[in-house]
Design a protein around this ligand. Structure first.
Ligand code: G1P
Length: 292
């Protein structure tokens, strides 16, 4: 049985909700406490067994690629000055993990960004992690457990997995919202007390409250069978004039099973100024308390 070892992280967006911070620094490199936001997302992928990470980027985002590369001159200088521990801490990426970047070209939407990774992903099934969403690495198991659970379920039945979480009524318009199967379709109630999986009938991207089929919002973690690429290739622009990932998922659902998994623990939105600032305070407090 083939394991999930590849993940796509789309990082091409301009981060307009994070201006002026994101004008010359990619929003993914803005700090959450003492590390850039994307550091936690890559750690999460690695904790779930991912070995090949594909960043889908843009000319202005090459600083992200540099963050995951070895800076040999800096490394040499730190070691010459006896700062071995600091140099070691910068080389935290395991030797068997690769991070590569491919360009999206025109930014035509999230679905288009995921499709741009196809030349590197090839025939593999793969995960997608949206870097605006950072799962709590401190007080809950969310950073280590959610993606690992989704991968385990995918490897058991090869059905694509989408992570969802309850959101307040006033927030449904910001997300892709899941419509569960009419029979409720819970698949694994006795499998785990934390995450539960359900069959999903479809998604509505950024609905108004009256149109929202539930309060279960797509969090930004997906595990896809490779077939999603064929559906993405056939997806045209819709909501917001963008090629939406949720439209391709809907097409996938009509021919193959797709499940949603409920999130355990907490997530933080690092792509919106107000919630980013709250997340920064939370991460910094945790690290100050842990003397990290
Ligand atoms: C994207 C997805 C949406 C999902 C959200 C999670 O929207 O299209 O389905 O709920 O991420 O953050 P975006 O926030 O990129 O507009």
């Amino acid at each position: 049985m083939k394991k999930i070892t590849h993940a796509v992280i789309p990082v091409a967006g301009f981060g307009t909700r994070m201006l002026p911070l994101s004008k010359s620094v990619p929003k993914e490199l803005l700090p959450l406490g003492n590390r850039p936001a994307i550091h936690y997302v890559v750690e999460e992928a690695i904790a779930a067994g991912i070995k090949h990470i594909v960043l889908v980027g843009h000319a202005q985002k090459s600083a992200i690629e540099n963050y995951f590369d070895i800076n040999a001159e800096l490394d040499d200088q730190l070691r010459r000055k006896g700062k071995e521990a600091l140099a070691d801490s910068l080389n935290w990426l395991p030797d068997d993990v690769t991070v590569s970047m491919i360009r999206q070209g025109r930014a035509l939407g999230l679905g288009h960004a995921v499709l741009a990774a196809r030349p590197i992903i090839g025939e593999h099934d793969f995960a997608v992690l949206l870097p605006d969403v950072v799962l709590d690495p401190f007080t809950t198991d969310s950073q280590t457990d959610n993606l690992a659970f989704m991968i385990k379920r995918f490897e058991a039945d090869r059905h694509s997995q989408i992570l969802v979480d309850q959101v307040a009524d006033e927030d449904v318009h910001k997300y892709g919202i899941a419509k569960l199967s009419a029979d409720n379709g819970q698949i694994n109630s006795d499998d785990t007390p934390i995450n539960a999986s359900f069959k999903v009938a479809g998604f509505v991207e950024k609905p108004n409250l009256a149109e929202a089929p539930s309060n279960l919002a797509v969090v930004g973690r997906y595990v896809f069978s490779n077939q999603i690429f064929d559906y993405l290739a056939d997806t045209t622009a819709s909501v917001g004039g963008e090629i939406q990932l949720t439209d391709a998922i809907d097409a996938l659902i009509s021919e193959h099973g797709v499940n949603v998994t409920t999130m355990c623990g907490a997530s933080y939105d690092a792509g919106d100024m107000k919630s980013y600032m709250q997340a920064f305070i939370y991460f910094a407090k945790q690290q100050l308390a842990n003397d990290d």
